[in-house]
Design a protein around this ligand. Structure first.
Ligand SMILES: NC(=O)c1ccc[n+]([C@@H]2O[C@H](COP(=O)([O-])OP(=O)(O)OC[C@H]3O[C@@H](n4cnc5c(N)ncnc54)[C@H](O)[C@@H]3O)[C@@H](O)[C@H]2O)c1
Length: 387
């Protein structure tokens, strides 16, 4: 005779088995295939928070990568991901990038990022962002949010109704406003530093530049390029913005993926990530890739060396696009626009320093930038190891 305890155990085991089968046979199958802790340990993430609310439809993931240097700061992206796995991957990749971005920029900040799964055109509401704000508040300042792709200063105002741990607020509320102009300025500085490295002269006058993505950052970047006398090519999914770029700056519009194969001096990715990959890199004819998009290389271990082998100078994305982070950091410590622009100007020197480091260590710039960022984090950890 089986004891009561054994019977109970057998029952529990059977129930668990059935539950597992149920999970695997339903649409949840994707979730069961995510090796979440494996993924977290791969890049040494500290914490991931899943936020769910039926009433507002909020489905958000907050990924906190590293808080050695300070609280994790990173914007909130709203995107209609194909599946939950893609959303998790995006949050993990972007938050790691924020750690490096803060570290290499000399800021006392860690790295984090949030993604809201949803259609920004139809699913935004005050209640959704306020609910998200409450989840941010629950983290007690370990995570500070801001706007990102498909979120705005207005959305952050709603978040701010529930938490103080938000930056990128409108100027009339004492915030620094949209950080995109500072991001564009820093990108422009990094582009000039790359020109100096490649051609011994940082002037962009007469240089040809292809910009992919004329959004909040791309459009401001066009202004700097136009003012310096560069010849500009542009592409975007939005026809209205292309017309505006042509009308305002005389930018030459090219269709979609033709942007990769243009015979230009500089290619500036300012749309989405992973656009430097096995298919696009062989098409490139430029001497420099320098743009604002996050995570431009589909796989930095493969595509960093591939660009170097092709003789293309690559300005590491998380360094060149740090202007926005610099601006919101300034907001967090007491906003000073002049100081923010002056720090963003320093991206010029940081980029040149990375190129020297890459040359000295016979590596590619992305690897050099990561090494320098990690060194700052490790050095800080060490100095805090004594009482
Ligand atoms: N806004 C900032 O301050 C900031 C800071 C750091 C990094 N970034 C990064 O820079 C990039 C652009 O940011 P943004 O704020 O300008 O975003 P945005 O949404 O305002 O602009 C992106 C633009 O890219 C276009 N686009 C999207 N897919 C495209 C494609 N396949 N081909 C051509 N165009 C395409 C969109 O139509 C849009 O006009 C993003 O990767 C973002 O993460 C932005």
């Amino acid at each position: 005779m089986l004891s009561q305890k054994k019977l109970l155990l057998r029952h529990l085991f059977k129930t668990a088995q059935n539950y597992h089968i149920m999970l695997e046979t339903k649409e949840n199958i994707q979730a069961t295939q995510v090796d979440l802790f494996g993924q977290l340990s791969t890049f040494d993430h500290e914490q991931v928070v899943f936020c769910q609310d039926n009433h507002t439809g909020l489905k958000a993931i907050i990924a906190i990568h590293n808080t050695v240097l300070g609280p994790g700061l990173g914007g909130t992206r709203m995107w209609l991901y194909n599946n939950e796995k893609d959303a998790i991957n995006d949050a993990l990749r972007l938050s790691r990038g924020m750690t490096y971005k803060a570290a290499i920029s000399g800021l006392n900040l860690g790295g984090a990022k949030a993604v809201i799964i949803g259609d920004a055109k139809t699913q935004k509401s005050e209640a959704l962002f306020r609910k998200f704000g409450r989840f941010v508040e629950n983290l007690n300042g370990k995570y500070i949010t801001a706007e990102d792709v498909n979120t705005t200063t207005k959305d952050m105002e709603y978040v701010n109704m529930e938490t103080e741990h938000v930056v990128g607020l409108p100027e009339w509320t004492g915030g620094g406003g949209d950080p995109s102009p500072v991001t564009a300025f820093g990108t422009y500085m990094g582009m000039k530093a790359s020109a100096k490295q490649a051609w011994g002269n940082d002037s962009l006058a007469g240089k040809t530049v292809a910009v992919q993505g004329i959004g909040k950052v791309g459009f401001h970047l066009l202004e700097h390029l136009h003012n310096e006398g560069a010849k500009i090519y542009v592409t975007d999914l939005n026809q209205d913005i292309l017309k505006k770029a042509n009308d305002t700056f005389g930018a030459i519009v090219v269709p979609g993926d033709d942007i990769f194969g243009l015979d230009v001096d500089i290619f500036a990715p300012c749309a989405m990530g992973a656009i430097l990959n096995d298919q696009t890199i062989p098409q490139l004819k430029c001497s420099i890739v320098a743009g604002a998009a996050n995570n431009q290389q589909a796989d930095e271990k493969v595509h960093g060396p591939m660009l170097k082998e092709k003789g293309i100078l690559y300005a590491p994305d998380f360094v060149i696009n740090a202007g926005g982070l610099i601006n919101v950091y300034s907001e967090w410590t007491g906003y000073n626009k002049e100081k923010a622009y002056s720090q963003a100007e320093n991206i010029y020197n940081t980029i040149l320093n990375i190129y020297s480091h890459a040359d000295a260590h016979n590596t590619h710039p992305q690897a050099a930038a990561i090494a320098l960022a990690e060194k700052r984090i490790h050095d800080t950890m060490k100095l805090r190891s004594t009482y």
